[in-house]
Write a protein that binds this ligand. Sequence first.
Ligand code: XLS
Ligand code: NI
Ligand code: NI
Length: 436
Amino acid sequence: MNNKYFDKIPKIEFKGAQSEDPLSFKFYDASKIVLGKSMEENLRIASCYWHSFSWPGGDPFGGPTFQRPWMQKGDAIEMAKLKLENAFDFFEKLGQPYFCFHDADIAPEGSNFAETEAIQKTIVDAIQKKIEDGNTKLLWGTANLFSHRRYMGGAATNPDPDVFKYAAAQVKMCMDNTKQLGGQNYVLWGGREGYETILNTNMKQELDQLGRFMQMAVEHKYKIGFQGPLLIEPKPHEPSKHQYDFDAAAVYAFLQKNNLEKDIKLNLEVNHATLALHSFEHEIAYAFANNIFGSLDINRGDPLIGWDTDQFPNSVQELLMPFYYIYKNGGLGSGGLNFDAKIRRQSIDPEDLFYAHIGAMDICAKTLLATEKMINDGVYDQFIKERYGKWPTTDAIAANQSLEAIHAEVIDKDINPQPKSGRQEFLENLVNRYLD
Ligand code: XLS
Ligand code: NI
Ligand code: NI
């Protein structure tokens, strides 16, 4: 087996919309200026290590379908190094500005925590060298607190304090490593922070544990001087039946209760929003409205399948409103667009991973161009401005008296509101303008 898995793939170049070369970008032109910044700076695209390099193509009915050089039998640390070589070769060929990883994606566990940490250190040092020598940076790091059986009953919310401690040690290690690698954010996804049955669950106890855990993560961030925000990634269920970080609103309530809303923002994911029966733009608009927007995991679900299928995005129409909210509000900041997405298990060739990323980057680029038009036209902004135009400033609302006073005013002035059209269809028709 050739250890250079992507050997035959050339460097991917921008060749324009007419290009028939499937290994070229049609719309993603990294240096093109859109909304005052280069496409690359606007989109801040990241590959994810777990789906693209660690997941072997299994599903609940069948084993691995991918046969990649680093998935062969052999010394696990050597295989981790081989995976790293290939991953960075992939990033380089794709011109990928960022990547994201969990500790468990990059290296195997040792026989105890100290040994695991030493193995992580070896690989993290190797990643650091790759980052210094290349063009791909770390968007965020995270700890896998859900795969190992020790976490089957939760990590921070586990009934066993030793599991809580193990998870805390793991997060400390991962935050330190993320800082070492210049990571721009640190993510916490609570896959097992929830429960399967309330019959065995003390919810108050679990929520208190989770609150304390997150406070310690924030304390550690300040202790080590980590610059980026900490992000919680909401998801309603899967793997747990009920997850405490159900959606943006549930996480916001949790953050406020634990005085964390200044320090922890959100990493929102398309397929998680839809599993919570929200549109993605709803979650994004909610985050901006409450000043907790952090970053995005950009993927898509399948409307006919009820689980997190984590597919690569392929529709401008689906991304247009989400992008509109983001760029209207100043863009991604230190966040980015992480492709938390995997190719299907029949896509077994090296090219398949490139096709998936190229297509998705083109879709993001195309959506960004459409968003620019939509923002510059300003039709929606204008409509909303007029729709709410009768409201005085918020100060005036606050100064504006009591129920009793308003009651008197309604009678005095004979206030009798007349309904006005919300113009939904008119506004929906306008979207077409931006889709070519
Ligand atoms: C799973 C989550 C996971 C997080 C990182 O559904 O999306 O991949 O992004 O732990
Ligand atoms: Ni995710
Ligand atoms: Ni997901």
